[in-house]
Design a protein around this ligand. Structure first.
Ligand SMILES: [Zn+2]
Length: 305
């Protein structure tokens, strides 16, 4: 009788009753790596290459945290993924969670590794086991040990804060009112970066904000960027932290080139400087070592075996 994927149990009648014999079944846990051309449909190409449907979906979700599948993936890009796999000596194969999601593009290579820092550091002695156990959890980390963060000194544009969050006498209106954001003075044309990953919910001209971009992030967070000279993203598209979404200008109600930056939590304006971006966590210490060990093991997996 097959008790487990890696265990056979047989029962024998003896004079004293039933005796049980446990026979371990050897299991090879080399993960499965599949690579191929993206083609005209990434989904269809991956399925045709033998990637299980669930792994394709997970892969696309992972990649979509860093780039826009519809816009940034071209037919000549190559996908590269690794899924957990167990092969029993008795012939059966089990396919598990997606462990690695990569894409080779002309200009860059994206390599994401699923990793749960807490699980890895709590169980450093047996990474092989941890890999199986936490494979379905954790976040997608870039293979260099960081979530891909080109942080711009914590602000969307390099510049000087010229007006803080709170009550102020409005420079044009001349009366006291709430300033629901931060003004950052910067030269016209300076790039404005998304504060964190998100989706563009508005990109266009709106009243006193001039050329304005609004991003919706996870966790009830949203951010807005006003007075742009030029907008670099379209409504409905996904952006990565650090991605250029527009350029500093003085459109709308503005006295000179600056970025008006607003952040909302659950619909209410909050001080942008009070936001700590938990998603920007980078690995360090034991978690980073465990992560690097996993990356090395995964990238050593060959295709087609
Ligand atoms: Zn402002």
């Amino acid at each position: 009788m097959r008790a487990r994927f890696d265990l056979d149990v047989s029962l024998h009648r003896t004079a004293a009753g039933l005796a049980m014999t446990r026979t371990a079944i050897a299991v090879d846990r080399t993960p499965l790596r599949i690579q191929g051309l993206a083609g005209s449909s990434l989904y269809r190409s991956m399925r045709a290459a033998g990637v299980p449907a669930k792994a394709v979906e997970t892969y696309i979700k992972a990649i979509a945290t860093r780039l826009s599948i519809g816009r940034d993936v071209s037919a000549t890009d190559r996908f590269d993924l690794i899924v957990a796999r167990e092969r029993a000596a008795t012939g059966e194969t089990r396919i598990g969670a997606l462990l690695f999601a990569g894409i080779d593009q002309e200009r860059r290579t994206l390599q994401l590794v699923r990793f749960a820092p807490a699980a890895a550091t709590n169980n450093q002695s047996d990474l092989a086991t941890a890999e199986g156990e936490d494979a379905g959890r954790g976040g997608w980390f870039d293979a260099n040990g960081q979530t891909e963060r080109r942080a711009v000194s914590g602000m969307p544009v390099i510049g000087r804060i010229t007006s803080g969050f709170g009550l102020r006498v409005h420079p044009l209106l001349g009366f006291t009112r709430m300033h629901k954001g931060l003004d950052i003075g910067a030269p016209r044309g300076a790039p404005i970066h998304a504060m964190t990953d998100g989706v563009v919910s508005f990109a266009g001209r709106t009243g006193g904000y001039g050329n304005f971009v609004k991003l919706v992030h996870g966790g009830g967070l949203a951010s807005g960027y006003g007075h742009m000279s030029r907008i670099a993203v379209a409504s409905g598209t996904r952006v990565r932290q650090g991605q250029v979404i527009g350029y500093v200008g003085s459109t709308g109600m503005s006295t000179g080139p600056h970025l008006h930056w607003e952040v909302w939590r659950n619909g209410g304006a909050i001080n942008p400087r009070s936001v700590s971006l938990a998603s920007a966590a980078q690995l360090s210490g034991p978690a980073l070592r465990a992560f690097k060990a996993r990356v090395a093991r995964l990238l050593a997996v060959r295709t087609g075996t």
